[in-house]
Design a protein around this ligand. Structure first.
Ligand code: F6P
Length: 325
């Protein structure tokens, strides 16, 4: 039986490119003769029936915009049996026969729980700046977030250079260090601390000491927020205590990394995956996430989409140290 009515939602932390994905889903759905319903504020809006029919013109002029026109939320209620029952009722009331879910790890955990109880065809899209999902080489928003971090760290380097300062810059990534690793390499950081590697603070201090002896005047340390030592503030304090003569500053980039116009790469990725997701739903390929692996669209069953990070090769960190001399 072909699916006529589909619902689309964005859930969890927003990421640049979600709007481009929504646009692709709505326009592909309408092209295939479907009615597309926007569900506001993720699973919470599904529970509350915050659902409206979308036209192709509703997604005009949004491909270049950050955020998500559907808004997003992290719904605790959806993780309860009552919340899921309410959400399912709302889908029935609106005649929604298929779902497109855009989000990160929490979105897929919610989906897995929901589909254990309720049968409704669905396809997911990876939307998170953290790039911490298996089943895809890239997630929608990651490229933009890294570019935003790079732009900011370049600016920090200018002022660090002017004052001969050491900066400890914190980038996002509660459980994954991809933003830190990639922005750090791209900005020529002296050191990069990520959750995937246990931080040896003495090693960090030792390298600063060596740099000091060599009269290196500028240091940029990029620290992922989830680094096990306890965050950039603690790293900065430890450095200050050990090197009282060093002029140390701590800068947390924060949510600027989540906003802004998506890069071309995120727009293309979101468009491809949005189109592929609706096409899959229409062809009966369901309960999968559409991801990109080696440049090709790949579908991974929801049950195999887990929060995952590829181990960071020690060669990569070694390279950073060699290049930042
Ligand atoms: O979107 C992922 C992420 O950016 C994490 O890296 C970060 O820890 C988290 O979101 C913060 O989200 P919020 O401020 O929305 O709770």
């Amino acid at each position: 039986m072909s699916i006529r009515n589909i619902g689309i939602l964005t859930s969890g932390g927003d990421s640049p490119g979600m709007n481009a994905a929504i646009r692709a889903v709505v326009r592909t759905g309408v092209f295939l003769g479907m009615d597309v319903f926007g569900i506001r504020r993720g699973y919470q809006g599904m529970i509350e029936g915050d659902i409206f029919k979308m036209k192709t013109t509703d997604v005009s002029n949004i491909i270049q915009r950050g955020g998500t026109i559907l808004k997003t939320a992290r719904s605790k209620e959806f993780m309860t049996d009552e919340g899921m029952a309410k959400a399912y009722d709302q889908l029935q009331i609106h005649g929604i026969e298929g779902l497109i879910l855009i989000g990160g790890d929490g979105t897929f955990r919610g989906a897995n729980k929901f589909f254990e109880k309720y049968t409704i065809p669905a396809v997911g899209l990876p939307g998170t700046i953290d790039k911490d999902l298996s089943g895809t080489d890239f997630t929608i928003g990651f490229d933009t977030a890294v570019n935003t971090a790079v732009e900011a760290i370049d600016k920090i380097r200018d002022t660090a250079e002017a004052h001969d300062r050491l900066f400890v810059v914190e980038v996002m990534g509660r459980d994954a260090g991809y933003i830190a690793l990639n922005s750090g390499i791209a900005c020529g950081a002296e050191d990069i601390l990520i959750p995937e590697m246990v931080t040896d603070i003495n090693d960090v201090l030792c390298r600063i000491d060596m740099d000091e002896r060599r009269k290196k005047t500028v240091h940029i340390l990029v620290v992922a927020e989830g680094d096990d030592y306890g965050g950039s503030k603690k790293v900065a304090e430890t450095i200050m205590a050990r090197f009282p003569k060093l002029d140390v500053r701590n800068c947390v980039l924060g949510h600027i990394q989540r906003g802004g116009a998506p890069s071309y790469a995120d727009r293309v990725l979101a468009s491809r995956l949005g189109h592929a997701a609706v096409t899959a739903l229409n062809n009966g390929t369901t309960q999968v996430m559409a991801g990109i692996i080696n440049g090709e669209v790949v579908y991974t069953p929801f049950s195999n989409v887990i929060k995952g990070t590829t181990p960071v090769s020690p060669d990569m960190l070694e390279m950073i140290r060699v290049l930042s001399v």
